[in-house]
Each structure stands twice: as C-alpha cells, then as structure tokens.
Design a protein around this ligand. Sequence first.
Ligand code: NGQ
Ligand code: ZN
Length: 449
Amino acid sequence: MTQTLFFMTALLPHGWHDNVRLTIDAGRIAQIEPEAHAAPGDERHAIGLPGLGNLHSHAFQRGMAGLAERRGSGDDSFWTWREVMYRFLERMGPDDLMAIAAQAYAEMLETGFTRVGEFHYLHHDPAGSAFADPAAMSVAIAQAAGETGIGLTLLPVFYAHGGFGGAAPNAGQRRFVNDLDSFATLRERAGQALAALPDAVLGLAPHSLRAATPAQIAALDAMAGRAPIHIHIAEQTREVEDCLAWSGARPVEWLLDHAPVDRRWCLVHATHMTADETHALAQSGATAGLCPITEANLGDGLFPARDYRGVWGVGSDSNVMIDASEELRLYEYGQRLHHRGRNILAAAPGASTGAALFGPSLAGGARALGTAAGIAVGNSADLVSLDAGHPGLIARSGDALLDGWIFAAGRGAVDCVWRHGRKVVTGGRHIAREAIAARYRARLAGLLA
Ligand code: NGQ
Ligand code: ZN
C-alpha cells in the first residue's frame, strides 16, 4: 500500500528542505521529493522530523514512576532506590508487564520516540523459576511493541552475579538470573517472538560488570555476532570503587581493555570517566547511552558531554518521565549548570544547539539499536510532525525549529507520529491511548494493592 505525505518543511539527512513530498510503500520510504508540489491525495503536515531511537528502557519501571520520591530512614541513594524497585517487581507477571510496557511505549511514541531498546532482565517467575515458556516476559514485551507499533530492539539481559568477582546474586535478583546455556535458550525463544514484528532487532546485554564475569562477557560477545551489545557501566561512584578494588582498573577502562568494544556496543551511562577513558570510548566507535532524566533522578552524576567526541544517543531508562525532547534538553542543561555557560554543545559559532543535540542522538540511537535512521530512501518510515502553531515554534524555520521544540515547546508540540508507515499518534495522542491506559490502571491497581 502506497501513501504520500507532504511536509511544508522537513529535516532530511543533509538539512532542512521545504515542500517535501514522501512516498511510503510497505512501511518504508520509497521516494523523497524536496521542493515539490503537493498532489491531491497527499496528507499535508507542517514540520517533519525523523523519529528518534530510545536506546535504553526498562519498561516495567514506568509502573513505579514517582513512587520512590519519599525519603527513607537513612540517606537515600541509587542503591536504596534499587531496593524499592526490587520490591515493586516482586509480584509482576507477564500480563502486568505487557500492560505497563504498552503504556510506556505509547507514551514514548507520543513524544517522538519511534523505536525502543528494551534492556530486559525480568525473566523469571516471582520465585525465581523459569516460566513454562522461559521467554514469557520477553513475549510480553514483544506484544506491547506490536500493540503500540513502536519499533523494538530487544536486548535480553544476562545477569548471573550480585557484584564484582562473581559474587552470588541476592534474593531480590533471583528473577533475573541465568547461566549461559539457559540464557541462550531464552534468547532464541525471544527471537522467535520478534518474528511477528516489522523490522525488530535482537541484541543482547550483559547487565553490568557487576552481574557478568569476564569469561561470560567474552561468551556473550561471541553469541551476539553482529547484533547490538549493551551494558550498564560506571553509573555510580561505588561501582567505580568496587571495580578498582576488584581489578585495579576503572569500569570503562577495564571494559575497553578486556572486551572487543566496537560500534556494536552501547555503554549505558558511562558517567564516571577520566579524560583518558572519555577519549578511548570515543575512539572505540561504541555508542555512549545517556539517560539524562533518570541519571538526574537517581543522582548518578554528569556525563562529560562537552569533552566527549564520540557517538551518543539518549534513553528513557527508568521511565520516571517519558519525553524525548526533555532528554535532549537536560543533556545540554546539565552541561550549562556544570560549566556555567550557554550553548555548550553547539558545534560552532552561530550553530544551533538543538541541531547539535538532535542529529547526533538520531545517528547514535540508530547505531545502538541496530537500524538506520533518518528520512532517507529505504529506511523505515518513522516520522514525527510538529504543530507549527505551538507557541514555542511560531515564526521559526530550519534548525530554530529544533531549538524551539527542545528548549521552548517540548512534548506538547508533537502532533503526529508514523511508525513503519503507520500513523500511531494523531493530535499528540496514541491511537489506542484510552484502551492502553484503562488496562494499565487496572493492572497497576492490582500490583500496588
Ligand atoms: C536496572 N537501572 O537494571 O534497572 C538499573 C539498576 C543496577 C539503572 N542503572 C540496577 N538506572 O544497576 O544494579
Ligand atoms: Zn538501565
């Protein structure tokens, strides 16, 4: 089925063009005509952007958003948050996960994310035993992606240990744990669950240097082949200290020295790095996966964005707030607050900060998720239109539209979203928003009762 969209202005790989006519066939962009004339059957929109990849999500955590903002008995930290998170997931089954993930994915689409990298580690039943179908929870993720229409890069997570040096996992981690054999089986079955989705990608993820040993990481690298490999790394200073105590090296330093890190890899957070590590990470071709909203929420620290010269993208991680433009805004604002300056990430005098955020995060998100992004022939038709009447976008053109969206308008400016050619958001609302939200309310009431 062929359809045609006409944008008054659109961001193509080499910049903005006016009067852009797109022909979409079987979910992909078949033809691009810039400076064109609209034809009678064209669906007309104002401002067209490519959809962004969300390179790091734990969908189930959407269900506890805002529930860990109450002070505990001692000093609260990432680690006390993690205890709350472990308690929250205790009773969650496949149907709960499906309902929560669909809610999260619909919200992602509504803000302009068109693909999600689901870093999925909640594999087993509440007692820690494999479900009858060991990939039952992965199947729930695939169903949520199918229902909402979001593109899925599924990253089944390997988790075997509770700390550096092969420490035993604790009780709160029993639902995550596999050995390499059970993981290979689970991943193969998860791959089958993706077959029904258009252009889904299957990668894998050692959870962290805490949860996988060097030998296991080497085996996982081989198992991945050419597929994406994601890992959490150097998010908290305690992890850096523990890694130093275990190996004498810092986490990013250790990984770059001991694993064949290349463009297949995505290092999630990479918050605490020396200048040498920052440089070496950029040289590796791996993507730095930044999650600014979650990193702020968890008190992680600040990624050295100003000094980093490599590939990067953004993820919504804990999903405490889902908003593509806010992830980008906060990435820059962290730098402004730290360096006490403005337009820190803009490429050159006169250049737009919004463009320096959007273009690289689009490319990095695609690299990390194992796809191509951008409005180009052959690519999946993953598109976002902005409301030209939004106060933050009035009388803007070109890169000033990105500045307006990211710094002045935000998610309220997203009008329509197409995913693989299918319009899944219209007027800022997902087409199944009411049904997905109703089911989410019912499931969450049960889980939190
Ligand atoms: C996670 N989340 O796996 O959900 C982690 C916390 C951990 C973030 N790092 C658990 N944001 O790292 O052990
Ligand atoms: Zn994470």
